[in-house]
Ligand binder design. Structure first.
Ligand SMILES: Nc1ncnc2c1ncn2[C@@H]1O[C@H](COP(=O)(O)OP(=O)(O)OP(=O)(O)O)[C@@H](O)[C@H]1O
Ligand SMILES: [Mg+2]
Length: 212
């Protein structure tokens, strides 16, 4: 059984106001009326810099969707500084990297999260060429498969301003949520990140202010 981390408040304390805020985010996205091209919608979670709460937001939003009865997969698209496996207390030896670099099948790179309705694709390691892998044809194929299999696909990402990876990931996303951390994220960074993501075709769903 995976050792879930305390960051997963939506699982451990669903009545709390913090959990309610993730449900509110879920509802806000619903009213954006995304029009997926297949069964599933793909929501990417981005932030201008590192350590602003992307993974925490991605994980709790994914749980909020699973609690609603959706079939959800949460993908660690942060091949620079992967952490999804830590948050869910699972191994990091097969995941996105093996799917992209070794061509492993989608069903073989999925890890159980310990939460009903939610599956994980962890990073599987730290490749030397993350941008090439995320921009590859194999990535497009994998995403297309996930869209057939799941209702909601959540993509975690690395810092938008430090790496090109987030811009690449927007290509696959139906919508992007930008996370900003109170007291850390500068307004200018958030603006720059938003502009950069929009220039690569992102549909911005809104900004989440992380209180920590
Ligand atoms: N709302 C919160 N309350 C308390 N701690 C938080 C909150 N959000 C994030 N943290 C903590 O802050 C740290 C950074 O959060 P997180 O890993 O979600 O950021 P990140 O943007 O994904 O970072 P990276 O850019 O390295 O991927 C973690 O230790 C996380 O547990
Ligand atoms: Mg992260």
């Amino acid at each position: 059984m995976p050792q879930l981390s305390n960051a997963l408040v939506t699982e451990f304390d669903p009545i709390s106001s913090v959990s309610e805020s993730y449900r509110a985010l879920r509802t806000a996205i619903r009213y954006k009326k995304l029009m997926p091209t297949a069964r599933g919608i793909i929501i990417m979670i981005a932030s201008p810099k590192s350590q602003e709460g992307k993974t925490t937001t991605a994980a709790n939003l994914a749980i909020a969707y699973a609690q609603e009865g959706k079939a959800v997969v949460l993908v660690d698209g942060n091949l620079r500084q992967p952490s999804l496996h830590d948050v869910f207390g699972v191994k990091n030896n097969k995941g996105l990297l093996q799917g992209l670099a070794k061509g492993m099948a989608q069903q073989d790179i999925v890890t159980a999260s310990g939460i009903p309705g939610l599956e994980l694709i962890v990073a599987g390691g730290q490749p030397v060429n993350p941008s090439e892998l995320l921009g590859s044809v194999r990535m497009a194929e994998l995403v297309a498969q996930l869209k057939q299999q799941y209702d909601v696909i959540i993509l975690d990402s690395p810092s938008t301003l430090d790496y090109t990876d987030a811009s690449l990931l927007t290509e696959y996303s139906d919508g992007v949520v930008l996370v900003a951390k109170n007291g850390k994220t500068k307004r200018e960074w958030a603006k720059q990140a938003r502009t950069q993501l929009e220039q690569s075709g992102a549909r911005m769903l809104g900004i989440v202010f992380n209180q920590s």
